[in-house]
Write a protein of this length. Structure first.
Length: 185
């Protein structure tokens, strides 16, 4: 009888700890289990809005195809970032470390930062304000699913960039070739 009561108390305490976890703990646990994501996005820079689809594979890989007349692509192989305008066949190359994506695409960096931060909880999002040596980055998580919901940064021209994630899918099969930088012909 005592064993049954002890067993019940142990099981109950384990379940209650899990269900009463803070939103921050739920985000951390969920993010740890996330290896890659696919999503639709809306990006706003100043007054210009662009949309498209992206794949992110941690650490530091991204492929985005913009749904606009230029059919812009953005690709990072973990070291470099290439933005290709397919309409005019123009390619722009940046070292990843000079962009906010250096931090946004680094899951371990984000986890280490948010473990030590207090979130700002809004209606639909939970925000963490991350400061780095040169940049201020707001990372947003969905308050219901605890998935990554977007970010806010400032670009190299000092314009605010708001990147919103929609229809996110996690841990899917992704073709590794998506993360190869386009040829520079």
């Amino acid at each position: 009888m005592i064993r049954r009561i002890l067993f019940f108390l142990i099981v109950f305490s384990l379940f209650s700890q899990k269900s009463f976890s803070s939103p921050k703990e739920k985000i951390i646990n969920n993010f740890i289990k996330t290896n890659n994501i696919y999503f639709e996005f809306q990006q706003k820079i100043a007054d210009k809005i662009e949309v498209g689809k992206c794949y992110i594979k941690y650490p530091k890989l991204i492929y985005c195809l913009y749904d606009n007349k230029d059919k812009k692509e953005m690709v990072s192989n973990g070291k470099g970032l290439v933005i290709k305008n397919n309409r005019y066949n123009k390619i722009y190359i940046y070292p990843l470390k000079t962009t906010p994506l250096e931090y946004i695409l680094d899951k371990e960096f984000i986890l280490n930062k948010i473990r030590n931060l207090e979130p700002k909880i809004n209606n639909n999002t939970i925000e963490f304000l991350i400061t780095t040596k040169k940049k201020l980055i707001s990372i947003f998580f969905n308050s219901q699913t605890y998935d990554l919901a977007g970010w806010k940064t400032v670009d190299i021209y000092q314009k605010e960039v708001i990147f919103q994630i929609n229809n996110l899918k996690k841990n899917i099969d992704i073709d590794e070739n998506k993360f190869k930088l386009p040829s520079l012909n």
